[in-house]
Design a protein around this ligand. Structure first.
Ligand code: PLP
Length: 404
């Protein structure tokens, strides 16, 4: 097999993710000198929308920015029903830092819920117990390509009239009952960071269901500008003394992507289905090699897709079965020494991170499923190039040597 890896691991989290076409698309933009947001970004947003069957999508410079915009939109004064200081947002303990911080940054209160140890997603059965009069939203984190039971979530959403945000940063292309993750919520975020399902180096997308939300987000993405939003006419008429090209009617950030990122992400997006298929096959081959090995078969277990989920795997999440005998950190160190790059499952129980202590997010509650999972689990990447038998054997040997 041709050598495809370039870094110190023979099995890194992600091999060189860009094809010649991706690079050419980026270079074309660079040569055109139209590097700031323009037609390519709009074109990609439309394509993203029509593929995922989301109502509105806007590209941003990261998945974190997408989460920030969703939460800022919820408290924005142009929203008819805005959330208020101290309103509660339900979030799983197993989340990324910037799934959580936008809630705090919007002066809202996160309410943590433990995970289902089989799916790594929020434990649906614990949600209703945590709902109070102040609960206004649920933020789901679709972990590493998997999802919770969205039928149950939608039922709870309806019953308590909640807003649903799907952090889909790790799960672009996964489906629940044949519908793309990220198309269920009022808002959803996606990441195109390097090791994700598609990549533009940095980049992300925010999708939403409502037209006003879309226009609020558009202005928040771009300095609070009225330009190119449905508010433009109203404000240019009302403020005729101002230069109508530069009317700032809202608060804002600059979270726009470059045209280069949009061109590269779009080029990758066209191959998403192929990536999903190859990653799935590679996953199957590695699992089968390990499960069929006499030495490894009782040492490792693999997380599977939830019922009704057809997964677009981000990586291969693995559980060590006997951590008394096989300490996780030891195994991980050995795997890395033996050429396999590893990652923890997101940030583990986020309540245990030092930042949660600093910001007083710690309470007396325990989240045993997240802790149990974190103590024995990790993940490795899944290449988007097909792995042959020789290579799979090498992976298996690296695992065997890491347990010896
Ligand atoms: C669940 C989740 N949400 C949000 C993000 C943030 O995405 P980005 O790195 O594009 O800012 C990540 C990053 O990996 C993530 O895993």
């Amino acid at each position: 097999m041709k050598k495809i890896y370039t870094n110190k691991f023979f099995y890194p989290l992600i091999e060189d993710p860009f094809s010649k076409d991706d690079i050419n698309e980026g270079v074309k933009v660079l040569k055109s000198k139209q590097i700031t947001i323009s037609k390519k970004t709009k074109h990609f947003e439309k394509r993203f929308n029509s593929t995922l069957k989301t109502n509105y999508s806007l590209m941003v410079n990261s998945g974190s920015s997408a989460n920030l915009l969703a939460l800022q939109c919820l408290i924005n004064p142009y929203r008819k029903k805005r959330l208020n200081y101290g309103d509660e947002v339900i979030i799983p303990t197993l989340c990324w830092s910037t799934s959580l911080w936008p809630i705090i940054q919007a002066n809202l209160k996160p309410v943590f819920i433990d995970i289902n140890p089989d799916t790594l997603n929020i434990d649906e059965s614990q949600i209703e117990k945590k709902i109070t009069k102040r609960t206004k939203a649920i933020l789901l984190v679709h972990v590493l390509g998997n999802s919770c039971n969205l039928d149950l979530i939608l039922r709870i959403k309806k019953k308590y009239n909640l807003i649903l945000i799907e952090d889909t940063c790790e799960s672009l292309g996964s489906k629940f009952k044949n519908k793309y993750l990220g198309s269920f919520g009022d808002f959803s975020s996606f990441s195109f960071y390097t090791s994700h399902q598609i990549s533009s180096g940095e980049g992300g997308m925010i999708s939403c269901k409502d037209k006003i939300d879309y226009n609020i987000i558009k202005s928040l993405r771009s300095h609070g500008w009225s330009r190119d939003t449905s508010f433009e006419n109203k404000f240019s008429k009302k403020y005729s003394n101002l230069d109508k090209r530069f009317i700032f009617f809202n608060s804002g950030y600059n979270l726009r992507p470059t045209e280069i990122s949009a061109a590269i992400a779009h080029s990758q997006f066209k191959r998403l289905k192929t990536f999903i298929k190859i990653r799935n096959n590679n996953r199957r081959k590695i699992i089968s090699a390990i499960k069929n090995d006499n030495f490894l078969c009782d040492k490792l277990e693999f997380y599977r897709n939830n019922k009704n989920v057809s997964a677009s795997w981000f990586g291969l999440s693995i559980k060590i079965l006997d951590i008394k005998r096989n300490n996780k950190n030891k195994i991980i160190n050995r795997l890395e020494k033996n050429g396999i790059e590893t990652r923890p499952i997101i940030s583990g129980n986020f309540v245990k991170q030092p930042a949660s202590k600093k910001y007083n997010l710690i309470n007396k509650e325990k989240y045993p499923n997240t802790d149990y999972m974190y103590d024995r689990s990790f993940f490795i990447g899944l290449p988007t190039k097909s792995l042959d038998r020789k290579f799979i054997n090498k992976v298996k040997l690296a695992f065997i040597n890491s347990f010896k």
